[in-house]
Design a protein around this ligand. Sequence first.
Ligand SMILES: *[C@@H]1O[C@H](CO)[C@@H](O)[C@H](O)[C@H]1NC(C)=O
Ligand SMILES: *[C@@H]1O[C@H](CO)[C@@H](O)[C@H](O)[C@H]1NC(C)=O
Ligand SMILES: *[C@@H]1O[C@H](CO)[C@@H](O)[C@H](O)[C@H]1NC(C)=O
Ligand SMILES: *[C@@H]1O[C@H](CO)[C@@H](O)[C@H](O)[C@H]1NC(C)=O
Ligand SMILES: *[C@@H]1O[C@H](CO)[C@@H](O)[C@H](O)[C@H]1NC(C)=O
Ligand SMILES: *[C@@H]1O[C@H](CO)[C@@H](O)[C@H](O)[C@H]1NC(C)=O
Length: 405
Amino acid sequence: MLMLTVVTLCLLVMAASSEDKALSSHAATMADNSASLAFNLYHTMAKEKDLENILISPVVVASTLGLVALAGKESTPSQVKAVLGADKVLDEHLHAGLAELLTDVSNSTARNVTWKLGSRLYGPSSISFADGFVQSSKKFYNVEHSKINFRDKKTAMKSINTWMSKSTGGKLPEVIKDMERTDGAMIINAMFFKPHWHEQFHHKMVDDRTFLVHHSLTISLPMMHRTGLYPFFEDKDNKLCVLSMPLAHNMSTLIIIMPYHMEPLERLEKLLTRKQLDDWLSKQEEKAMAVSLPKVSLEVGHDLQKYLGELGLTEAVDKAKADLSNISGKKDLYLSNVLHVSALEWDTPGNTFNTSIYSSERMKNPKLFYADHPFIFLVKDNRSKSILFIGRMVHPNGKKMKDEL
Ligand SMILES: *[C@@H]1O[C@H](CO)[C@@H](O)[C@H](O)[C@H]1NC(C)=O
Ligand SMILES: *[C@@H]1O[C@H](CO)[C@@H](O)[C@H](O)[C@H]1NC(C)=O
Ligand SMILES: *[C@@H]1O[C@H](CO)[C@@H](O)[C@H](O)[C@H]1NC(C)=O
Ligand SMILES: *[C@@H]1O[C@H](CO)[C@@H](O)[C@H](O)[C@H]1NC(C)=O
Ligand SMILES: *[C@@H]1O[C@H](CO)[C@@H](O)[C@H](O)[C@H]1NC(C)=O
Ligand SMILES: *[C@@H]1O[C@H](CO)[C@@H](O)[C@H](O)[C@H]1NC(C)=O
């Protein structure tokens, strides 16, 4: 009897530890808020002329906002909450929730993806960081602190790029070429994300194809191909397709929203809301699909300072009004840059799968999903429903083929 109890207990303990712990309610709230932030920020950025590719991690942006709230006095923490749609949330719940969310979704081992992430706060060489701030920002947001002398801009840029490259295992070599403002506090996020497919692409099913950037620019790039069962929805009224590709162990999903034909993405972006996306996803059905995707690394750097200001973080970014004196004890800093730099590698690796599916009737006549023109994509976390990445691939790296029409 006793033996049996012990065995049962052991089994229970094993079951509990192998199962994912549920997120706390504070973290779940932040996951939800950061998903709304994803769409707001994307739309703010998409208005910018001349901006081609977009790549942001809303959960990381949310944690950056949390860091700004830690740094700021006056109304900055309440502006942070307003941008996050978390006006009623207490400070300690905000920080604890954001910290838990970030730790949870960025755990590469548990998530079976490759996600390297470094965050650093740079201050001018004259600054001395307050101990309390250093400790709390490290504890909640895993931020490093560093001083930098921008009088020697070239050396400063080099040192930032070296740190970014180191934080991402060499995946972000010299993405930041120049900086406009160098006279305040800079927050820098450096990230490398590599989706690990639920079902891998065959590494040999890759060849050179063309990608239509716009009517007068076609480039050549490698494309990977595979056939499988994927959740898919074709919105005939809006002439677009929505494909979901599960990442390893179905813990997250890459969602692609692509117009039928090459066109500027404005039309789709006008449709893109959180509600609309949920609607599309709810209408998806599992279909046999022949999927072709660019096999490229998308490396994008954004300075989010201006966009966050547009979303309501007006005080911290204003040199005359900012009070970030929790950083050093002095009111001598404003938020001059929020550099958000990421590389997303679209590649073939993933988990192996049961190939007997290919002989089944369902796989006959798969539908084509041929991503050879600009599209919008998201990586959505299955458990917290937070959005790990949102972006658009408009102009991937490739060889230019023709330039005029
Ligand atoms: C920032 O400063 C304010 C005012 O002194 C203080 O109430 C708050 O606790 C500080 N925040 C942190 C995270 O230390
Ligand atoms: C990541 O997940 C693994 C496996 O679930 C766990 O053992 C590890 O403690 C986690 N790491 C962190 C930093 O939470
Ligand atoms: C994902 O899990 C598989 C085993 O299920 C393992 O072979 C692979 O290395 C893991 N990949 C990553 C990126 O964690
Ligand atoms: C993973 O997702 C795919 C496609 O949605 C589904 O067919 C499959 O059953 C899921 N597998 C698991 C283990 O949840
Ligand atoms: C993914 O989400 C679905 C629906 O919420 C759930 O049924 C499934 O168990 C989840 N899969 C994993 C691996 O968490
Ligand atoms: C693969 O799937 C087939 C049919 O669905 C099944 O009979 C077979 O046992 C599976 N093989 C493995 C290794 O799971």
